[in-house]
Design a protein around this ligand. Structure first.
Ligand SMILES: [Zn+2]
Length: 513
């Protein structure tokens, strides 16, 4: 359901009366098809359903109706539940059939009892990732092993035919245990070497991007900090300054997906092929429904950008309702789409990257060209971006065109430019990659603690700022300190850091003109 795995429980009861096989919990058409396939598959292995009341109950029925998975994949479980039911009846007369404490099934049956290939193995891979400790046995079609993306674990068992499963359970009854699968890949090791390769190709990409963008070192610093700290970033400035050009390259700075993240991305995109971090750039005409998910069960742009980047070019051109619809997923990292029968959850933990002009003509505050907008228009332009949304951007960078080499640069931009001129960018990128792989949660916590102890910072720099605003500055300071450890003790560290949150000030000014 959505990208969550909904477990379905199957109960069987053999009662008195002659009403035959009754399946509860699904609509009548699905029930009829399922009953015929199961009856026929059971007969193919010599089990006939007795002429009496056999009730199979499938729950929770309201959730099943929202499922993206073909319901025929319940066949295997229903057939197994009936076999267990029939065997319990005969207990005392023969050895009871071995039944693991928890047993999960997926697979559609052919009339001859073959277990057909699954339409989507990602879901079952996801079960293994989520709950392999509590999961006793997962029974899947043997074809699943042909899927190169499926990595089995010891608790998975694979069957070609319903008969194979039945015989294995009978055999296990004799020695009271289930033979675990012998197929087991060392997936962690494989993915580690894959990740090493990805990291070295990432270094190339970062260097290429930096060489392309170094003419504007402030923009490079902003990109590096945004990528390292996963900070949402808004870049403002006049047209032609390279805002979009730079932000479109931010994916190059992001770390490769972990195997867990990669699985989530594949589930959302319903594709086994998606390996890199998503980069989504919806047009500014996108509706709230297109952004967060709408009337269909399909995920919106915020979910398609999960574990990746949502790039909004010309933020102020989006409608106010579209922009406001982003606030909830930005805070919670997920969206809930309400439907008859319940709600569907889609994860939406994305990094928001946006650009904006300062006014409709773009040249407000420009030193090159006068602004042609009337004051009323220019005020309205940026007011479309509400304060609360603006607050979500940790980095708010104002970029100016650069005229001379020796222009005043902030501490960080100056440092990066010096590294470039000394040919030390590769070392700098190595440091960046090291920081990217080594982050620990407790590092931020201890940084904060020292920070508040040591700094009269609050009184100096945060006058009049909201708690959220102050928190953002501490997070930003942490990332800047990780990226530029040698600059942390410099007196202008904080003052220059605040130039990466300039819109706070600029937007306060907008009320003045
Ligand atoms: Zn203007």
């Amino acid at each position: 359901v959505g990208v969550d795995v909904q477990k379905v429980e199957i109960e069987t009861v053999l009662g008195s009366g002659f009403s035959g096989l009754n399946i509860l919990g699904l609509n009548s058409e699905t029930t009829r098809d399922l009953r015929e396939r199961v009856r026929s598959a059971l007969e193919s292995i010599g089990i006939s359903i007795p002429a009496r009341r056999v009730v199979v109950n499938i729950t929770p029925s309201e959730k099943i109706k929202l499922s993206r998975t073909p319901l025929a994949q319940l066949d295997f479980a229903v057939a197994a539940a009936i076999i267990y039911g029939l065997h319990e009846e005969k207990e005392g007369k023969q050895i009871p059939l071995y039944k693991p404490e928890k047993e999960y099934f997926a697979g559609e049956l052919s009339l001859a009892g073959e277990i057909k290939k699954l339409s989507n193995t990602l879901i079952y891979q996801s079960i293994l990732h989520q709950s392999h400790h509590s999961l006793t046995t997962l029974c899947l079609p043997a074809d699943t092993l042909q899927d190169p993306h499926f990595v089995p674990r010891p608790e998975t068992q694979f069957f070609v035919h319903l008969k194979d499963w039945y015989q294995q359970r009978k055999k296990s009854s004799e020695n009271q245990r289930v033979t675990k699968t012998s197929i087991y890949f060392d997936s962690e090791k494989d993915s580690q070497s894959l990740r090493d390769m990805e990291i070295s190709s990432q270094k190339e990409k970062i260097l290429d991007s930096l060489n392309l963008l170094i003419k504007n070192p402030k923009l490079c610093v902003a990109l590096l900090v945004s990528a390292l700290g996963s900070h949402h970033i808004l870049v403002a400035g006049e047209p032609g300054v390279g805002k979009s050009f730079a932000l479109q390259r931010i994916s190059n700075f992001l770390s490769p997906l972990t195997s867990r993240q990669s699985l989530e991305v594949k589930l959302i995109h319903s594709s086994s092929e998606h390996f890199t971090r998503p980069f989504r750039s919806p047009h500014h005409s996108a509706t709230p429904a297109a952004l967060v998910g709408g009337s269909s069960l399909k995920p919106g742009e915020v979910s398609l950008a999960h574990h990746g980047v949502l790039f909004l070019d010309e933020l102020a051109e989006f409608t106010r309702p579209s922009l406001e619809s982003l606030r909830e997923p930005l805070d919670s990292g997920e969206v809930f789409l309400s439907r008859a029968g319940g709600s569907i959850r889609y994860p939406a933990a994305f990094q928001l990257c946006a650009t904006t002009n300062p006014c409709s003509c773009g040249y407000l505050f420009s030193r090159q060209k006068p602004c042609r907008c009337n004051p009323n228009e220019s005020r309205k332009y940026l007011q479309k971006i509400s304060g609360p949304l603006l607050d979500r951007f940790c980095l708010q960078v104002w970029v100016e065109p650069r005229h001379e080499e020796n222009e005043n640069l902030d501490l960080f931009a100056q440092h990066l430019e010096q590294e470039f001129q000394a040919g030390k960018l590769p070392n700098f990128v190595d440091h960046f990659l090291k920081e990217q792989t080594l982050l620990k949660e407790e590092d931020l916590a201890s940084f904060k603690e020292n920070f508040y102890k040591k700094n009269s910072f609050q009184s100096l720099f945060c006058k009049g700022l909201s708690v959220r605003g102050q928190e953002k500055i501490v997070q930003l300071a942490f990332t800047f300190q990780r990226l530029f450890p040698s600059l942390f003790e410099q007196p202008q560290f904080f003052e220059d850091l605040l130039t990466y949150r300039i819109l706070d000030k600029m937007l306060l000014q907008r009320h003045l003109f």
